[in-house]
Design a protein around this ligand. Sequence first.
Ligand code: MG
Length: 452
Amino acid sequence: MGKPVMISVSGVRGIVGQGLTPELMLKFSAAAGMFYGKGSVLVGRDSRVTGNMIKHAVFSGLMSVGCDPVDIGICSTPTVEHAVKFSDAVGGIIITASHNPAEWNALKLLNRDGIFLNEEEGRRVKDIIDKDLIEYVMWENIGVSSEKTCVTSAHIKSILSMDIIDVAKIKERKFKVALDCVNGAGSTVMPEILGELGCEIFPINMEPTGDFSHNPEPVPGNLTELCQVVRDNKADIGVAVDPDVDRCAIIDENGNPVGEEYTLVLSEKYVLEKRKGPVVANVSTTRAVDDVAREAGVEVFRTKVGEINVVKKMIAVNASVGGEGNGGLILPDVHLGRDAPMAAAVILSALAESDKTVSELKKEVPLYYMAKNRIEIANANADEILKKIIDMSDESKLDLTDGVKINEENYWIQVRKSNTEPIIRIMAEAATQEKAQSLCDRYIEIIKKFTG
Ligand code: MG
């Protein structure tokens, strides 16, 4: 799975014990501290077994340059974002490798508004490391560490006070919710928010041990156990989150995965019924987003893949709703980041207000199928491959926002390179799963020919 350690403008990630070392984490955190300047920096982590070791390196790095790290413990990524935004901290560090398997870990940096660093800010941190600009402070100026609790409750309180979430109506329905937190940080926030919403919870994988009970990416193939729990308990809905709880996937009342793309689509439809305004999504997100926006009479803006790109555009166009098709809903109401507990609350509110089931809500939006593949390209030049695909395509159908996307009337296909691994990602969306997969297969063949 690629190189064991990667330092980029979006942080540092790797396999612990195989490149991702405490020395590197310390150095990266010291560089982050230099970038932040003096002040407190909130540090949260998901439940990975390596998180505690890395936390100590992060604390050393921050304190060594005069920052004051604040341990907020195991909590979700959106909880850290929320906590940073509503504190006087100068920044935040999240120790998480998101949906990646247990051997991975990573550091992600937040600015003082609780938003991921943008490319330019990330480059400044990377420069501090690359150019050896870390200045350790003298002994009498070393930072002071502390702890802070209750950040999760504060986050939940903010979500439940959002205008668009009808807490009373949700409570009335006494929803039966099957919940899979994959033994990640979701175990801290998800049962609490669902409890506050009066739900009866049927939980699985709720120990925050980092011992992921299945591949932690919340895509249908990994959620068979949760689907069974929905059926066994005749639940109204199944909710799955990834280890750091920024992605949310739902299962309908029959135990069928709704598909992670539809977390955003169903939320978008509900939000636009409440308030009209632009929608922002990355270019890899389902076309159903455009259909729902057209119906509501609002514009859609597409961005490069990457949460920060969506967030930046949301700020620029004053968006009503935004997100990514991987189950990442972003609303401007509380903080600007993907938020799974918020997504769950929004979907429950949509169910409560409409008095419909999940499968009925899904029937109200256009249905597309997506295929996602990846191809290893070893030493081949990804840019040259993309250039060849551009050359062979009809120019009027091209969207070059991120990689190469070819928009046809009834389907689209996108080919883009990974910035962190020697692979090319191929995605297609069409009216049937077979059609989407055959589009991917066709481009896999083409790329194989190009790479010899
Ligand atoms: Mg994640």
